[in-house]
Design a protein around this ligand. Sequence first.
Ligand SMILES: *Cc1c(COP(=O)(O)O)cnc(C)c1O
Length: 391
Amino acid sequence: MQSYLEQQLKQRQQNALYRTRKTHESEQGTRLFIEGKSYLNFCSNDYLGLAAHPELKTTLQQAVDKYGVGSGASHLVTGHSHEHEALERAFAEFMGTERALLFSTGYMANIGVISALLGRQDAVFLDKLNHASLVDAAILSRAKIHRYVHSNLTQLETLLTKSDAELKLVATDGVFSMDGDIANLPKLAQLSKQSEAWLMMDDAHGIGVLGETGRGSIEHFNLSPNDVPIIVGTLGKAFGVFGAFVVGSELLIETLIQLARSYIYTTALPPALATTLRTSLEMIQLDGWRREQLQQRIAYFRSEAEKHDIPLMPSHTPIQPIVLKDSQLALDISQALYQQGILVTAIRPPTVPQNTARLRITLSTQHEMEDIDKLIAALTPFTHQMPRDDI
Ligand SMILES: *Cc1c(COP(=O)(O)O)cnc(C)c1O
């Protein structure tokens, strides 16, 4: 075993695909401390700067005093507290659906939903750039998997028309996690209706960030939850905490409670986190200024990048990738930025398709314009190495 593993790891290293973890010593924010040195952070998903917000810290501390640290059991045994219940009600109201169900993570929510709804005789249709958790969920469900070229809804329509599966589920990211573009939900909703397929959307990067009141991708397009009957949101990104939810009809949620194995066979989220998430949800709903400030950062980054000839993707979300194609080049630039005290992760296959390695820059409400200036200045010496075709 040892020599086999060693060889496998060497191979990864040679292909510039080896992953290492950076250990930091700070709370989340635009500055992270690594070995006592401060780094400007452009790779967190804490888009609204809530992960270390004083009000949320206090809420959690007080909730721990009241409820302790652990939930003690799964939801169906004795792990379900009135704090979980209250949070689910708040999410259903926020999203305008009959019910909501809390999961421990977004990964588990996706796994739970697709494997509960589909079986061998069914089919699932996935965008090629969907998050790994949707792909894994589809595999686990044993349904037939169809993958369409990113955002190619003509191809999706053909696949849907040809399929004679009993049940058909179209599953898409709302905001694509590595490209930052938003799925064409109006068209997806229309296609799904027309083919009698169910539509599921994972809005990990849209929820809290997009829409006037932070209801994410559906609000961005002025759609109702009826258009997208299964919505997953994650709570470790814009919400700044941990966990995930699924919203939909009474019947959908009851089905998940009965059948979603990643809901049933796992310990419930600590109740104090549910309390904290309720405060986080209130802040997301009431404090539109965080979303506005974030949009200003995004616009500023894009206009400065254009001025300095840095090639951008067509993204108007906080995810602003610079595609370099070559994994080694992505690593080299990431390393060069690190030397200058700037954190930007190199994202390489298999997280992204072959030959599309990139720097994935994420912006936060908390970034100052001067932080963005520093990033642009650090990137500018590399512009001649940045590919410009077909991106
Ligand atoms: C982060 C992410 C997930 C996983 O959510 P966790 O709560 O971190 O497990 C699922 N889907 C997408 C699109 C994501 O970006």
